[in-house]
Design a protein around this ligand. Sequence first.
Ligand code: PEP
Ligand code: MN
Length: 363
Amino acid sequence: MISNSVAASVINAKQTFQKRPLIISGPCSAETEDQLVETAVQLAALGKVDVLRAGIWKPRTRPGSFEGVGTKGLPWLQKAKEKTGLPVAVEVATGKQVEDALHFEVDILWIGARTTVNPFSVQEVADALKGVDVPVLIKNPINPDLELWLGAVERVAKAGVQDIGLIHRGFSSYGNTEYRNAPMWHLAIEMKRRNPEMLLINDPSHICGRRDILLDVAQKAINLDFDGIMVESHINPDEAWSDAKQQITPEQFGAMLSAIEWRKEDINSDDFHAALEKFRQQINHIDDELMQLIGQRMKIAKQIGQYKKDNNITILQTNRWNEILERAYQRGEVLGLSQEFVSRYMDAIHLESINLQNKLMNK
Ligand code: PEP
Ligand code: MN
């Protein structure tokens, strides 16, 4: 049963959910009532934050670290909301957590990366959400698997949840150093392409794992037309009980929000559209030429394949491939193309050549 006051705050949260850019902030974990309420008050004072986040149940990679204060922290969130008027958001991973969060009038729920990977858990959360009209944000799964992310969205949608949003928090990869979780922006972009109407926000905190590059990542997200950001903040970040390295003070978050250049996807100016249209035509023209050239390259690769077949030579000749790569890197460098890009581009071309030659050999 949902009480009237919950129904009222749900309506409020539904409106908040439509706000662009949507700005969510708050501590990784609720630790004490004072810490939570004080963080909320400082965030609200910025006048730019739409939702207060706080982890109550923390799914930790290793046992023995702080696993959240649990249900006893939920009344603290109610207090923070009462004091600031900010709707509150909490991570849920089980049906019981959904029930408890709703009982204490949590306005927005989110499913964490460690839960999105597990269809059983997502289904359990979805089942608990049946008949409840509360907005739900779904973080990308830990591993770079769009199908799992989509599957979680489908399960929650099937439960009847109307307001679903996506949080891009990066993907785990072994031995990664620059980021805690590699952003793999193309996956978030593909997710947006498949769900064009769905809210998509970026979580620079869990991508970066550190403070110094939060702004860069947030700015990139805004440049890529994300609908908002969720950033962890704490009144005393160095002393935080979880994710201390990546949290910033509400004041620092305020400065970060001011530093971000907020871009619009579109502006209604004829000059702007005319200029953009000209550039787009140029790009289309160059893309056509690139296709033509790649087609020609493949034709020659086929001729070489035929020649190799007639003379009984292997398809792959390592020395030749190294020579091609070296040339490409050198040329690319002069043209300002990164080695990473040149390498990926040449790999794709090479793979297609090998496939074509292989088909020929097997004929
Ligand atoms: C969090 O938001 O504190 C959290 C646990 O994040 P993630 O699910 O992205 O690891
Ligand atoms: Mn965290």
